[in-house]
Ligand binder design. Structure first.
Ligand SMILES: CC(C)(COP(=O)(O)OP(=O)(O)OC[C@H]1O[C@@H](n2cnc3c(N)ncnc32)[C@H](O)[C@@H]1OP(=O)(O)O)[C@@H](O)C(=O)NCCC(=O)NCCS
Length: 369
């Protein structure tokens, strides 16, 4: 039976943070004092990650050190290969990635608590390798041994996935996407990471828990839902009738609505800008723009007063299409970006830790005394 009452912790403040400022009514997103959009347009993944982890942009020697540590962590070690080879092929991609990360805990006594910065870099570095290796396993294609681990993060990821060096344009848009997807306050997966970390569990387990939350369709699973929606629509003329029918049937339009943003998601705005430059006459991008306009109109008609606008997943899907990312890699790619936010939150949680222990509101009956 559905009960009215406390659901979804909406509006509840559960942690203090210096990492990001999300203002949903004004559509503002700030990472440690910097506009996320500016970082996405003018900085590298490595610089933005360092900013979140350390609180300021890196200087030249810090950036060099960060790149070296990422390159080191990306290596497909024999242990990692054995681990991934042992996971049965029917295990879903995200579940395999989650298991591989959790099992990559080196098991040293020292690696449990408190979480360390070098673990944040190691987990961030290994994710593209794990995702790409698993993708090749599933697709029956060969692991590109020649993918140079010294490349920039987004470039390495594309190279490892597709087996050839990525174009500069594709690297640039993926880099921008990964920065915009890196951090977003206390969303479900980040909250999961902080809760697990607050028990003084290790960083690998906390990131694994966050991935479990990330793979749900109401969180990181949404971009593939957007492609399904766009494929179902197929042409501009069909946008309105298809979505009208969905809303009549009580279905949700993926890529719209957000718990926090009650105006256009600033990340959607930035991604639209970056992708537009690349997409040009791209069919999917044109369809996406048309669909967005129709969806906002229809949502205002069918759900008046709910303030439903485009969220980041909508343009993330258009961007993924333009870099030829298969649907099965959408959520893993979001994960490879968001891991920076998770690990930064885990480090922050450990600085002033107290175990999370909210209470539940018992609605059942009591036995007679
Ligand atoms: C993101 C999301 C989970 C936020 O949910 P929420 O804050 O809990 O909002 P609610 O589920 O309470 O929805 C409020 C109302 O808007 C409607 N609504 C919300 N998002 C909708 C959507 N995308 N399409 C149609 N209706 C939607 C709900 O049906 C509900 O209507 P009701 O008041 O008539 O029951 C929700 O907007 C959604 O499911 N969006 C689609 C999935 C998606 O894009 N996720 C990615 C998020 S980055």
């Amino acid at each position: 039976m559905k009960q009215a009452g406390v659901t979804g912790l909406e509006g509840v403040i559960a942690a203090d943070t210096f990492l990001s400022y999300v203002n949903g009514s004004e559509g503002k997103l700030v990472y440690r004092g910097h506009w996320a959009k500016e970082l996405a347009l003018h900085h590298s993944f490595e610089e933005a990650a360092w900013l979140l982890w350390k609180g300021r942009l890196p200087d030249a020697s810090e950036l060099k050190a960060c790149r070296e540590q990422l390159a080191e962590g990306r290596r497909l070690t024999p242990a990692l290969k054995t681990l991934l080879d042992a996971i049965p092929s029917q295990v879903p991609l995200m579940s395999a990635v989650m298991s591989a990360v959790a099992a990559s805990n080196p098991g040293e006594e020292s690696s449990a608590w408190p979480p360390r910065f070098h673990e944040a870099i190691r987990i961030t570095a290994m994710l593209p390798t794990i995702i790409a290796y698993r993708y090749h396993q599933i697709s029956g294609t060969h692991w590109p041994v020649q993918a140079d681990e010294q490349q920039e993060h987004a470039a390495y990821y594309l190279h490892a996935l597709f087996g050839h060096p990525a174009s500069e344009a594709h690297t640039r848009v993926l880099n921008a996407y990964m920065i915009l997807a890196m951090e977003h306050g206390l969303n479900a997966s980040t909250f999961a990471a902080r809760v697990v970390s607050s028990t003084e569990s290790d960083m690998y387990s906390a990131v694994g828990a966050a991935m479990g939350a990330m793979k749900g369709p109401l969180h990181g699973g949404a971009p593939s839902g957007v492609i399904t929606l766009l494929e179902k629509i197929g042409s501009k003329e069909q946008a309105e009738p298809v979505m009208r029918e969905m809303l009549e049937n009580g279905e949700r339009l993926m890529g719209f609505g957000h718990r926090i943003y009650k105006t256009r998601d600033p990340r959607a705005e930035a991604l639209r800008e970056v992708t537009q430059a690349l997409a040009g006459e791209d069919k999917w991008f044109d369809l996406a723009i048309h669909t967005e306009q129709a969806a906002i109109r229809l949502l205002a008609e069918y759900k008046p007063g709910r303030q439903l606008f485009t969220n980041v997943e909508f343009y993330a899907a258009a961007l993924m299409r333009s870099v030829h990312m298969p649907i099965m890699l959408f959520t893993p790619t979001f994960t490879a970006a968001r891991v920076v936010g998770w690990t930064a939150h885990i480090l922050e949680q450990s600085e002033n830790n107290r175990i999370f222990r909210p209470q539940s509101n018992y609605l059942g009956s009591l036995p007679s005394e």
